[in-house]
Structures are given as structure tokens and as C-alpha cells.
Design a binder for this molecule. Structure first.
Ligand code: NAD
Ligand code: DAU
Length: 331
């Protein structure tokens, strides 16, 4: 089976490629990745001799057409993925997330190739902190940021291509991932690498915003469950009941590093900052029989800390520039 993985040099995509090579010897992986600031060949180094890496953009229709024609399945991770960046410059988000997804859809339509679209729970907007509700596949779309609105747009394109053209596609909307190979601009790896460097963690606003954390390995096992057993045209929400507010996450990290519980700084809040995300993954659990393996957040976090400690050469080159960018906006 030939599988084309877009964005396979990014955080979740690289972990997906590693898991696939490890667990599915029948699968031949080709990665299509533009190697933006968020993509790194080094993230694929452990499997480099077992896969093909093509450097290029999902907006390049001729390249996409050629690669899709040679594939049995496309798993589409490639995206501009960071909310803060989308507030500074939305343009690449529209290009990659909307135009890139359109370009892939036209190719899978032409060649009759199965498509799985990776998306986010942020398409549903946010929930109140004291609301017991969770997102379900029926929750209306209500994205807040340029990032989440372009992801919502890409989801709607996929749904339209399924209905109007019979494209064989599924969609998954997952909550916040953590684990190895996550770019250090993101919340958890930023604070982990700050702590390694003796810098105090930085909390946006009061730190009360809630995210529903899932380990990246569990996200990717759910993606394979949907590819293997999901119903064409369906949307599956992926989450592992991992709700924590940002202050709790920082204090767990401080405890892992043996630092006092108040050893952090409050910094400028994110404009339009979503309050809370929470996933109801019952369709995935009940219909597809999926269960997460990383159910203890603290030990998943501890293993992630150890990965960043052991792989400083992977993240160190980006650290100073990431912190300078945040410092310029008071974060
Ligand atoms: P990431 O930013 O770490 O990686 C994105 C990858 O896409 C990079 O390798 C980058 O080089 C590549 N890319 C960007 N533009 C491209 C283009 N035009 N053509 C080809 N490749 C391009 O992102 P991530 O956190 O791994 O997220 C992967 C996917 O999962 C995204 O679609 C994101 O919306 C979704 N998602 C992420 C999370 C999360 O918590 N990180 C949660 C739910 C869904
Ligand atoms: O919910 C899924 C989404 O999760 C994905 O679609 C996105 O691609 C992914 O980046 C993530 O979005 P968030 O905006 O939730 O993740 P981020 O890591 O940027 O921030 C997590 C929370 O931590 C958020 O409430 C903002 C806060 N934060 C972030 C940073 C970088 C801080 O308090 N301090 C920080 O330094």
C-alpha cells in the first residue's frame, strides 16, 4: 500500500510516519513537505532509509497530481498550525490550509484516491469554563482565529467534495497534542525548553484557559482506526479526556523540574484567546473501538520532558529566535 503523508516532517505527521513504519510493514510511505520553519528533515532521520521524502508544497498542483496518482491513500497533515503566527500574518494560513487542501482534493478526485483530512477541535470555537458541554460532531462551526477559520474552511471543502464529487474521504478533529518533535513555539515544549534553560515559564493571561491534552501516539492510532474502519464522509472527534487549565500544566512541569509552584510569569494574553476546548470522542470509542494508551498525563509529560532533555540538538537552533519573537510581543 502506497501512502502519501502531507506535512510528514512536522510534529504530528513525523510521529505518524514513525508509528506507521514501526507497526505497518505493508505500507510504503512518501512524505510531501514544504519544510517550512515548522518542518524538519531531522524529525524523519530515524526512518530516513525506509521512506521517501519529497520537498514541495501542497499548493503545487502538478507535483501533487503526480504524487497522488501514485498513491492508494493520502493522509493530510500539512498546515500552518500556530494560532499566534496566524494573528501576525494570516496569509500563509489561507494559502496552505485552504488552497493546499483544495489542490489535494482536486487530485484525489481525479485519481479516485482515498483521503483522510486531519483537522482540529478549534473549528468549533470555544466553550465556557463552567459549561459541562463538550464538542460533538454536531457542534456548529464557530472558529475564532485566522488559523482555526482556515482549518474550518478546509473541512468544509472536504465535506463538499465528498457530497458533490463522491470523493472517498474522512475527517478527524483532534484536541491539543503533546509529545516528541513538537515545535518549541507551542505551549508545552516552550515551557519545557524554558525550564531546561532556567527561564521561568510564561502563562498567557491568568492561565485559566483549558485545553484537552492527548498524546500524539494516541492521536495517530485514532487516525489509523478511522482509515481502517471509519465510514466514508464521516467526521470523527479525537480526544482522550485530558482537560487541564494552562496553570495546572505549568505547575505539573514545575513539579517535574523540582521548582516552586509559583516560579512562572504571567505575560500578555493572546487576542481572541479561546477559553476552553473539550472533546466527546464517543463515536470513535464506541463505533471504531479505539482507546487511548497514554491515560496518565503526568507520566506522558515526564516522558516528553525526558525527550527534550535528550534531544537538545533537535530544538536548540530555533530557541533564541522563538523567544525573541515572543519577547517582542510581550509574551
Ligand atoms: P506542524 O506545524 O508541526 O507541522 C506542519 C507541517 O506541514 C510542517 O512539516 C510544515 O513544513 C508542513 N507544511 C506547511 N505548509 C506546507 C505546504 N504548503 N506544503 C507542504 N507542507 C507544508 O503542525 P502539527 O502540530 O504537526 O499539525 C499537523 C496537523 O494536525 C495540522 O493540520 C493541524 O491543523 C492538525 N492538528 C494539530 C493539533 C496540535 O495539537 N498540534 C491538534 C489537532 C489538529
Ligand atoms: O486544539 C487543537 C490545537 O491545539 C491545534 O489545532 C493547533 O495546531 C495547536 O497549535 C493547538 O492550539 P493552541 O492555540 O491551543 O496551542 P498552543 O500550544 O499555542 O497554546 C496552548 C495554550 O497555552 C493556549 O491556551 C495558549 C497558552 N500559551 C501558549 C504559549 C505558547 C501560554 O499560556 N503560554 C505560551 O507561551
Amino acid at each position: 500500500m502506497q501512502v502519501l503523508v502531507t506535512g510528514g516532517a512536522g510534529f504530528i505527521g513525523a510521529n505518524f510516519v514513525h508509528q506507521t513504519v514501526r507497526e505497518r510493514p505493508d505500507v510504503q510511505v512518501t512524505v510531501l513537505d514544504a519544510l517550512t520553519y515548522a518542518g524538519d528533515r531531522a524529525s524523519l532521520a530515524p526512518v530516513a532509509d525506509k521512506i521517501t521524502l519529497v520537498e514541495g508544497s501542497i499548493t503545487d498542483a502538478a507535483l501533487v497530481d503526480r504524487l497522488v496518482a501514485a498513491s492508494d491513500l493520502v493522509v493530510h497533515f500539512a498546515a500552518e498550525s500556530h494560532n499566534d503566527n496566524s494573528l501576525n500574518d494570516p496569509s500563509p494560513f489561507v494559502q496552505t490550509n485552504v488552497v493546499g487542501t483544495f489542490t489535494l482534493l482536486e487530485a484525489v478526485r481525479k485519481h479516485g484516491v482515498r483521503f483522510h483530512h486531519i483537522s482540529t477541535d478549534e473549528v468549533y470555537g470555544d466553550l465556557e469554563l463552567d459549561d459541562p458541554a463538550k464538542f460533538t460532531p454536531e457542534t456548529p462551526y464557530n472558529p475564532s482565529s485566522p488559523y482555526s477559520s482556515t482549518k474550518a474552511g478546509s473541512d468544509l471543502l472536504v465535506r463538499a467534495w465528498v457530497r458533490s464529487f463522491g470523493v472517498q474521504a474522512t475527517i478527524s478533529n483532534c484536541s491539543n497534542n503533546y509529545g516528541p518533535y513538537q515545535h518549541i513555539e507551542k505551549f508545552i515544549p516552550r515551557q519545557v525548553t524554558n525550564l531546561i534553560d532556567g527561564i521561568r515559564p510564561r502563562l498567557y493571561g491568568a492561565g485559566q484557559n483549558v485545553r484537552d491534552w492527548i498524546h500524539v501516539e494516541d492521536h495517530n492510532s485514532a487516525v489509523w482506526a478511522i482509515i481502517d474502519r471509519g465510514q466514508i464522509g464521516e467526521t470523527y472527534l479525537i480526544g482522550a479526556d485530558g482537560e487541564k487549565n494552562n496553570l495546572e500544566v505549568v505547575q505539573t512541569l514545575l513539579e517535574i523540574f523540582g521548582r516552586p509552584a509559583d516560579d512562572f510569569d504571567h505575560v500578555n494574553d493572546r487576542p481572541g484567546h479561546d477559553l476552553r476546548y473539550a472533546i466527546d470522542a464517543s463515536r470513535l470509542r464506541n463505533e471504531l473501538g479505539w482507546t487511548p494508551q497514554y491515560t496518565d498525563f503526568r507520566s506522558g509529560l515526564q516522558a516528553t520532558v525526558e525527550w527534550y532533555q535528550a534531544n537538545e540538538s533537535w530544538w536548540r537552533p530555533a530557541k533564541a529566535a522563538v523567544e525573541a519573537k515572543y519577547a517582542a510581543q510581550g509574551q
